[in-house]
Design a protein. Structure first.
Length: 247
């Protein structure tokens, strides 16, 4: 008798590549990025949905699909949050626009996890735009942001990580959260914040930005600030706290 099939929803679209291997093994992130680029090139023809899909399979694979979902919960919803791969500046990878006086790279650093950490260096540079950012596609729900940071940065203000809703053109960005300020000489420490993605926020932007002098502000700083020094980041994750499916 033919085994009955079932359906199971998995949130992030790059799991489709995982499932396609039939071995449920981690897939190189370059392949994930390349697949996402292809899907996004013609979403209507390829039936691409940016926030999820339904996986079909026999009942015998149900435990494997749950394992894939649970693994995603562990590694989080940030693409290469461990910064183990070179910056590709494409797809769902980290984007780092070229700026004079700013260098963004993945380098070895004492105290990191794995082989690399993100390094952002400023050479007495006046802050002009976020040096590194990544687009996210989180479904509505409650999440937690975690990262490890180390700073050796001279500035009277400093930087912060923030997440924003990518709204329609002309609408002011809505900040979902920001971390504490990153400034001075501070060894590796933990950054964390909880935030909610509303229903009218289909895509988000995670970026390193100028801190606001007001800690309770819901926007980045806009003052003139010069930065000199370096910052390092590692183990960056966004994890779901409340299931998008209400479980």
């Amino acid at each position: 008798m033919k085994e009955p099939s079932f359906t199971f929803g998995i949130e992030e679209e790059y799991h489709l590549v995982d499932l396609a291997t039939r071995g449920f093994a981690p897939v190189p992130q370059e392949l994930m990025a390349a697949c996402v680029e292809v899907w996004q090139s013609d979403p209507e023809t390829l039936h691409y949905h940016p926030t999820g899909y339904i996986a079909l399979g026999p009942r015998s694979q149900e435990s494997d699909l749950f394992e894939v979902f649970e693994r995603q919960q562990r590694i989080g919803y940030i693409f290469d949050g461990g910064f183990e791969y070179p910056l590709a500046s494409r797809g769902f990878g980290w984007l780092a626009p070229v700026q004079v006086g700013v260098a963004v790279s993945t380098e070895a650093k004492d105290g990191m996890t794995g082989k690399r950490a993100l390094q952002v260096a400023f050479a007495n540079k006046r802050f002009s735009e976020p040096p590194v950012y990544q687009y996210l596609m989180l479904v509505p729900g409650r999440y937690r942001f975690d990262a490890r940071a180390r700073t050796d940065l001279e500035s009277w203000l400093g930087l912060q990580w923030g997440v924003y809703c990518q709204d329609a053109p002309g609408r002011a960005p809505r900040q979902l959260f920001h971390t504490d300020r990153l400034v001075g000489l501070v060894d590796w420490h933990i950054l964390h914040a909880e935030f909610v993605v509303p229903k009218d926020c289909p895509a988000q932007l995670l970026r390193l930005e100028l801190a606001n002098p007001r800690s309770d502000a819901s926007s980045p700083g806009t003052v003139a600030v010069r930065l000199n020094g370096r910052l390092w980041f590692d183990d960056m994750k966004v994890r779901v706290l409340d299931s998008p499916w209400g479980g």
